[in-house]
Design a protein around this ligand. Structure first.
Ligand SMILES: Cc1cc2nc3c(=O)[nH]c(=O)nc-3n(C[C@H](O)[C@H](O)[C@H](O)COP(=O)(O)OP(=O)(O)OC[C@H]3O[C@@H](n4cnc5c(N)ncnc54)[C@H](O)[C@@H]3O)c2cc1C
Length: 287
């Protein structure tokens, strides 16, 4: 199928892009196009205008500091996935990105585009949520920082106002003695997951559990985060933590999997990811 007609704009600077977005209230940002173009072709979206940001060089950034990883709006999945610097500061990002679609799509799709798309089955929203990251949004009116907990309002519904462009996303660094893990099950590798989980475990100096959190995809309209520090206890009872999650989720049935299967699967993946994250935390504590 072909997309409905739209006006096309290709600004060369961020200021120009924000100016166009302010002038076309029915406009949509076009980044990697890996989600938007299929939606247009299937006529599930019909924006009046597309604002193609691919020529805005100042958005093509990946900044890694001791505090975390900041991906600019044109940082492609593949660039972030392959960045050794990003992996050293926050390994969860690369671990999750390996599950996003296929290499050809990762060469074009962007990290920020995936967050702005806000698909509840996508990996990166759950990663941003469990890490308590942020999205920086800009419009002709100014800039603001949106916490992950407020960013995902519903399926395909990010907390971006008309005229706003997400300029970057920030993924905080892993604190000392912290391990992370990502686990998901999809019918085929690269497909959207039936259920997925990102786990973060931090140990204290006596190797007791100081913090344990999971971020889940595919089980609710938005990413779901659990603080499991209490459920796991200081010794790290990951089976109890997984049971805590299993009892509190309410996944839906669809053509891919029934609700009962998704609930069971989420419990299994949660225990597995927490175990792996805790092992890594222990290893790091010994370094
Ligand atoms: C076959 C296939 C399989 C896939 N499998 C997966 C998968 O398993 N997991 C997964 O997570 N993703 C998957 N994807 C989607 C892929 O990850 C996309 O790259 C990503 O969802 C969107 O990034 P994009 O840069 O292509 O955004 P686009 O398609 O350009 O845009 C997506 C949406 O976000 C908005 N947007 C984009 N950038 C911005 C911005 N900077 N500011 C404001 N709004 C913006 C657009 O207006 C649009 O509404 C798959 C895609 C395909 C085609």
């Amino acid at each position: 199928m072909k997309p409905p007609p739209f006006g096309y704009h290709a600004p060369g600077t961020l200021d120009e892009a924000l100016g166009v977005l302010a002038a076309v209230p029915g406009g949509k940002v076009l980044a990697g196009g890996q989600s938007l173009v299929p939606l247009l072709n299937m006529r599930l979206a019909a924006p009046s205008d597309l604002v193609d940001i691919n020529r805005v060089g100042e958005l093509d950034t990946l900044r890694v500091t001791a505090g975390g990883v900041r991906a600019g709006a044109l940082a492609r999945h593949a660039r972030v996935e392959r960045s050794a610097a990003a992996a050293a500061v926050q390994p969860l990002l690369g671990r999750a990105l390996r599950h996003v679609a296929h290499p050809a799509i990762r060469n074009r799709g962007t990290v920020v585009g995936s967050l702005a798309h806000a698909d509840p089955a996508a990996e990166l929203p759950a990663v941003l949520a469990v890490l308590r990251g942020t999205v920086e949004a800009a419009s002709a009116r100014g800039r603001r920082t949106i916490a992950a907990a407020e960013f995902f309002r519903g399926p395909l519904e990010p907390a971006l106002e008309p005229g706003e462009l997400a300029v970057s996303a920030f993924f905080p660094a892993a604190p000392p003695r912290t391990g992370t893990a990502f686990a998901e099950t999809a019918r085929r590798h690269g497909d959207y997951a039936l259920s997925g989980v990102a786990a973060v475990v931090t140990l204290d100096e006596d190797l007791r559990v100081a913090a344990a959190r999971t971020g889940h995809l595919g089980i609710a309209p938005v990413p779901v985060v659990f603080d499991l520090t209490g459920a796991a206890g200081p010794g790290g009872d990951w089976a109890a933590a997984a049971a805590h999650v299993r009892e509190r989720i309410d996944p839906e049935s669809d053509i891919h999997a029934g609700a009962g299967y998704r609930r069971h699967l989420t419990g299994v993946l949660t225990e597995r990811a927490l175990n792996a994250a805790a092992s890594e935390a222990l290893r790091k504590a010994g370094e």
